[in-house]
Design a protein around this ligand. Structure first.
Ligand SMILES: *[C@@H]1O[C@H](CO)[C@@H](O)[C@H](O)[C@H]1NC(C)=O
Ligand SMILES: *[C@@H]1O[C@H](CO)[C@@H](O)[C@H](O)[C@H]1NC(C)=O
Ligand SMILES: *[C@@H]1O[C@H](CO)[C@@H](O)[C@H](O)[C@H]1NC(C)=O
Length: 385
């Protein structure tokens, strides 16, 4: 994530959480006044249905379900669904289509995101419905600049992530499809920050920025079965821009990255403190990826005011294993670690990356990285064999 996100933009959602419905009490938005013709404003109906489900008397073993039926299109203003709810679990079953107002109709409304759930425990969002954030009405370019203390900042309203998981624990996301054009600006698909125990599984992501970005304050993150591309791959960071940044216990498994600008990477800016440790990337396939494997501690996206500092985030215990595929770059492995805190215990095992161009040589580069590389091509000379 290269900026401070302020907006959530869901586009196509089929299921959040592995969820089985037991005894339920259905709150159909049509019964609360929703029209579902794509033109009438259905916001109040959704809030009423939510409040009835959330604040209604909880019955033991019965789960309240807010239901948006199929074959309808619901026009929704930016909305916040607030908890805490009386029931320990609450479901939202989205079978129909949800559509956001275009940017020009958004003024004066909440800017933090389109659809926000806050202070809700036991939330499950499920269904084959589509969230259409009308992102293209936001994409015309915004001026961005590099703030030495805070990283990249952009002026004007920011549409950034499709889904933000922030300060939320025990999250399961499965079978999610997120689609945005490869050239849409600043459209991270899923941003995870300040959260612990997050699983993202079996999902398809095509977007213009990071498919998944894991930033400060995240731990016990388990990512598997993701197909990503176009996009910027799966990133940890950037770290170091916000005081003492910590990311730990991250596992990324069984993912395919196609035509992405970066593959799997850990990035931090110069300065800052904190650490990123116990991170593994296993069973990754690359198809025509630029910059497949990267640790970048000199991250400076706008290439302005890039200075070397006397502090840095410490990176240790990072494993890349059972990784194969092709790259359009010549330098396919790049481990550039801080001159203050060298990277420790970086392990590469069974990493085979070739060029997309037959017989073209590929190389690995590193700076201040320590660890072991076994069964790896190209050879990573700075690591022990
Ligand atoms: C790997 O991911 C694919 C989807 O990309 C999924 O169909 C498959 O079940 C996953 N396998 C394992 C072992 O996780
Ligand atoms: C490293 O992270 C994994 C989860 O990816 C966790 O199971 C393991 O306990 C962690 N190891 C340490 C030493 O914390
Ligand atoms: C910072 O240090 C790295 C490693 O020595 C070097 O490659 C880079 O050019 C330096 N950048 C500046 C702005 O001095």
């Amino acid at each position: 994530m290269d900026y401070h996100h302020v907006s959530i933009l869901f586009m196509l959602l089929s299921c959040i959480a592995s969820c089985a419905f037991g005894a339920t009490n259905i709150f159909n938005v049509l019964s609360y006044g929703a029209v579902g013709n794509g033109r009438a404003d259905d916001s109040q109906a959704f809030l009423k249905a939510w409040n009835a489900a959330c604040q209604g008397q909880a019955k033991s073993g019965v789960i309240p379900v807010v239901y948006a039926p199929a074959k309808k299109t619901f026009l929704l203003d930016p909305l916040t669904f607030k908890g805490p709810c009386k029931s320990p679990r609450i479901y939202m079953l989205v079978s129909g289509n949800m559509v956001a107002p275009v940017k020009s109709a958004w003024s004066g409304k909440q800017v933090e995101g389109w659809i926000i759930f806050t202070s809700v425990n036991g939330l499950v969002i499920k269904g084959k419905g589509v969230f259409d954030g009308k992102g293209d009405s936001w994409w015309p370019s915004r001026p961005c600049y590099n703030d030495p203390a805070r990283g990249v900042l952009c002026k004007g309203p920011a549409v950034s992530s499709h889904m933000v998981i922030m300060s939320t624990n025990d999250v399961v996301v499965t079978n999610l499809v997120i689609i945005a054009p490869g050239d849409s600006p600043n459209t991270d698909a899923i941003d995870i920050s300040g959260s612990t125990k997050v699983q993202i599984r079996n999902s398809f992501i095509a977007t213009g920025d990071d498919c998944i970005a894991i930033t400060a304050g995240s731990s016990n993150i388990d990512i598997s079965g993701i197909t990503c591309g176009p996009g910027h791959g799966i990133s940890i960071g950037s770290l170091g821009g916000g005081g003492f940044d910590v990311v730990e216990n991250v596992r990324v498994r069984n993912c395919t990255l196609k035509n992405t600008i970066t593959g799997v990477r850990i990035k931090s800016v110069q300065g800052g403190t904190g650490y990123a440790r116990n991170i593994s990337f296993q069973g990754i396939k690359f198809e025509a990826v630029d910059n497949p494997i990267e640790i970048e501690q000199f991250y400076c996206p706008l290439k302005q005011n890039c200075k070397n500092d006397t502090s840095g985030v410490a990176i240790s215990d990072v494993t890349f294993s059972a990784i194969s595929g092709t790259s359009i770059a010549e330098n396919v492995i790049s481990l550039k670690c801080s001159q203050i805190n060298a990277c420790k215990n970086i392990r590469l095992d069974r990493v085979y990356i070739k060029s997309t161009t037959p017989n073209k040589k590929v190389s690995a580069a590193c700076f201040n990285a320590h660890g072991i590389a076994t069964h790896t091509k190209p050879a990573v000379k700075c690591l022990l064999p």
